[in-house]
Design a binder for this molecule. Structure first.
Ligand code: QV4
Ligand code: CA
Length: 512
């Protein structure tokens, strides 16, 4: 009995770290600002057939509409109510998306904005995505409802009411983040409203949550609303399955609040990952790929089983949030593909792939003055649909990094090597490196300014393999480079430093 109870306690306390993806599906993709109708189609036509585990969606709840004169993407981080009504679609479209994605085994992860409501200067009226009335001066949000009593103004001790010093954890949790009205999560009423919103989403069938601005909430307050969450819907998930929780906490070191303060609630975003990997691939600050030998905890990152990792996110790809100019994005596509390839081959962390829209990036004095520009939209402000070109890329300025051959094939690589150890590391003490994943896969990079020509131990069974970067296995042949693995597991790799993609990846599912 005692053993049984212990086991139950163990299950309950560890469950929220499990992404709940289907076995053999090991990554999710953030379809930033996509419409629900397009995500439903993408699950069916692309994500399920290519082994994606799930989709992180943009906040689905009602938000402030900002027109000055065009709508910024960040209006979605200014909630007005918890009605499922946004530029991505209404509640019916949301339900249709969750049902159709779940039915093909691709699960939905909701970006939950629960630290705050809209900015203090938003005014009053019904300029919200569902037309709900609000008044930011009196702190009235009748569609929830929240009123003056439900905010932290009395608790915050700074003169401006804003977070002024990130060295003071009280300010960071109790004051306003960029003027956003800060919810009093110590109140059971507020916790209940947040939990009610999240439970509504669980009832519809979502598999978990990214919790926005977690650094700005007390871990104990978060635990209180997370403990109120139901198990996932048994229409798609096993009885007793807890929602996957990952908390957005930016911890690059040197601040009062640490990612580790949040491990008790679920996983945490590891922002050091993209900042460091970008620096290495760019060869800035004396970094080189050979140093990646002990990538992961060896670099001072959080424990692998607590980490959600990514090369870039919707903030730092445009200079918001953390990481600065080292962050690699689709704008630097050649290096970006290498970074995403490295991430997906390496066993550390739970991986999230970014999928962006293009915007008219324009630097003035080192800052992108168009960092606010919202998704591709029509004259009336509605978001454009994602069109698919004959060559499978996306139209209407949707970048669809997840459809780039190199990235999609590495998502599959990660699924094939799932559970295999990190093996057969090799480097030239510079920027040519290689490693394997047990006897299932092997990857080789040449980020030096000279050609690479090496025979390396792959750990793979003998045979002819298709490189999944320059092409892939098609029928009985390879559309790209072929790699011959000898009886002793060695193979010869030749990578020109001027190759379109200076890396090669092989795995047992792409063997002839
Ligand atoms: C501005 C001034 C304020 C001033 C106010 C007056 O900055 O000092 O008081 O005007 O009205 C937007 C504007 C911002 C404006 C604010 C309120 O950019 O200039 O304040 O609205 O009107 C996104 C954007 C923000 C945006 C916010 C709300 O990145 O620019 O603010 O949405 O629309 C920290 C946090 C981390 C956060 C990261 C960006 O620790 O949690 O910054 N990341 C998440 C999301 C991010 C989102 C938020 C949090 C807020 O990933 O996308 O911010 O929900 O590191
Ligand atoms: Ca707060």
């Amino acid at each position: 009995m005692r053993v049984f109870l212990l086991l139950v306690a163990f299950e309950l306390s560890w469950a929220q770290y499990n992404p709940n993806t289907k076995p053999g599906r090991t990554s999710i993709v953030h379809l930033f600002e996509w419409r629900w109708a397009d995500i439903a189609l993408e699950c069916e036509r692309y994500l399920a057939p290519n082994g994606f585990g799930g989709v992180q969606i943009s906040p689905p709840n009602e938000n402030l509409v900002i027109t000055n004169p065009w709508r910024p993407w960040w209006e979605r981080y200014q909630p007005i109510s918890y009605k499922l009504c946004s530029r991505s679609g209404n509640e019916n479209e949301f339900k249709d998306m969750v049902t159709r994605c779940n039915n093909v085994g691709v699960y939905i992860y909701v970006d939950a904005v629960v630290n705050h409501m809209c900015g203090a200067a938003a005014g009053s009226g019904t300029h919200s995505t569902c037309g709900s009335y609000f008044n930011s001066e009196t702190h009235d949000f009748p569609a929830v409802p929240y009123s003056g009593w439900d905010f932290n103004d009395w608790k915050c001790k700074t003169g401006s009411g804003e977070i002024e010093n990130y060295g003071d954890p009280y300010q960071v949790r109790d004051c306003r983040l960029v003027s956003l009205l800060d919810l009093a999560l110590e109140k059971d009423y507020v916790r209940s409203k947040v939990a009610e919103y999240m439970n509504h989403l669980i009832d519809i069938g979502v598999a978990g949550f990214r919790i926005d601005a977690s650094k700005h909430m007390w871990p104990g307050d978060m635990k209180a609303f997370l403990d109120k969450l139901k198990n996932l819907s048994t229409t798609w998930f096993a009885e007793g399955t807890r929602p996957f929780i990952f908390q957005e906490v930016i911890d690059l070191g040197g601040e009062a609040i640490k990612a580790s303060d949040y491990y008790g609630n679920g996983r945490v975003t590891e922002f050091k990952y993209g900042a460091k990997l970008g620096t290495v691939i760019r060869k800035w600050s004396g970094e080189k790929m050979a140093y990646l030998k002990n990538w992961g905890e060896g670099w001072g990152f959080m424990p692998s089983d607590k980490a959600v990792v990514f090369v870039d996110n919707h903030d730092n790809q445009r200079g918001h949030g953390a990481g600065g100019s080292a962050i690699l994005t689709f704008w630097d596509s050649r290096q970006y593909k290498m970074a995403v390839g490295f991430m997906l081959a390496h066993p550390y962390g739970f991986t999230r792939v970014m999928s962006s829209f293009r915007w008219p990036r324009y630097f003035e004095n080192g800052k992108d003055i168009n960092d606010w520009v919202g998704p591709p939209s029509n004259g009336d402000g509605s978001t454009k649909s994602v069109t698919i070109n004959p060559d499978t890329t996306c139209g209407n300025d949707w970048v669809c990094e997840h459809r780039w051959r190199q990235i999609r094939n590495m998502v599959i690589f990660r699924n094939v090597v799932d559970g295999q150890p990190f093996t057969n590391w090799w480097d030239n003490n510079s920027n040519q490196v290689a490693f394997g994943r047990g006897n299932k896969g092997f990857i080789v990079f040449n980020n030096d300014d000279w050609n690479m020509s090496e025979t390396l131990q792959t750990g793979l069974p003998a045979g002819t393999y298709c490189d999944v970067i320059s092409g892939q296995k098609e029928g009985n042949g390879c559309s790209g480079i072929k790699i011959q693995v000898n009886g002793d597991g060695t193979a010869y790799f030749q990578i020109s430093n001027s190759a379109e993609d200076p890396f090669v990846a092989i795995h047992v599912d792409a063997k002839l």
